[in-house]
Design a protein around this ligand. Structure first.
Ligand code: PGA
Length: 249
């Protein structure tokens, strides 16, 4: 068993300045908890990244963005885009890349691979999201789809040390449906072995998709799982804290 677990919040298009109070409450909780056990990271909207990093100490709660530009790691004539340099300048440490909601909105494997390079150029840690659709799941293609997404994302990469992978079945995101823990246990074990063999590195694998205080006990049974990417249940400090409490109960 690995000791440190990731509890990563993905706020998506939620949160304004006043909601940073939730991050403050979480910071307070983490401080009193056994901090060495937890890596607490919140990926909030661009608009409150700076205010969030100013409000909490990164020793307890780290802040990340939910995407970056694929055009440049620096500056350029790209209206509406935000680069890894800009995110880093706000003292962010992480970035989510390849989330299925961004993929559905046009993000593709090539861009995602490029974004990983650009994120790493500014020393951001990458949370790479992968996962299959319900159709692929029904056709028993889950592993093939995830394998392909990872291989394409890691094409020509020399250093994978700053990468975390979040496996999120698309049909589980925001639906309240979570795959059976025995199925997930096997899936994670297979994925872990595949990555170890192919890339010669131990990359933390997380589960994402409808994680809540009600199912975290079941999800804890996934042996190769190093933590969670949490959407809806990360928006309120109480829900998020309850997940951690249940996990360590
Ligand atoms: P959810 O979202 O926990 O609300 O299902 C997870 C995610 O999309 O990262």
């Amino acid at each position: 068993m690995y000791s440190k677990k990731y509890f990563i919040g993905n706020w998506k298009m939620h949160g304004v300045k006043k909601d940073i109070s939730h991050l403050k409450k979480i910071e307070k909780f983490i401080k009193t908890f056994e901090t060495h056990k937890i890596s607490s990271i919140f990926c909030v909207p661009y608009t409150i990244l700076g205010a969030s990093t100013s409000a909490v100490n990164s020793k307890y709660v780290k802040i990340g963005s939910q995407d970056i530009s694929h055009q440049s790691e620096n500056f350029g004539p790209f209206t509406g885009s935000v680069s890894s340099k800009m995110v880093k300048d706000l003292n962010c440490t992480h970035v989510i890349l390849g989330h299925s909601e961004k993929r559905a909105d046009g993000d593709n494997d090539k861009n995602i691979s490029k974004k990983i390079d650009l994120a790493l150029k500014n020393s951001l840690h990458v949370i790479l999201c992968v996962g299959e659709s319900i159709e692929d799941y029904k056709r028993k293609k889950s592993f093939d789809v995830v394998k392909k997404q990872i291989n394409k994302a890691f094409l020509n990469k020399k250093n994978l040390k700053k990468i975390i992978i979040a496996y999120e079945p698309v049909w589980s995101i925001g639906t309240g449906i979570v795959p059976n823990s025995k199925y997930l246990d096997k899936f994670f074990d297979r994925l872990n072995k595949y990555i170890n063999k192919k890339f010669k590195i131990n990359i933390p694998l997380l589960y994402g998709g409808s994680v809540s205080k009600n199912n975290v006990i079941y999800l804890k049974k996934i042996k190769s799982c190093r933590g969670f990417l949490i959407g809806g249940s990360s928006l309120k400090s109480k829900d998020y804290i309850d997940i951690i409490k249940k996990y360590y109960n």
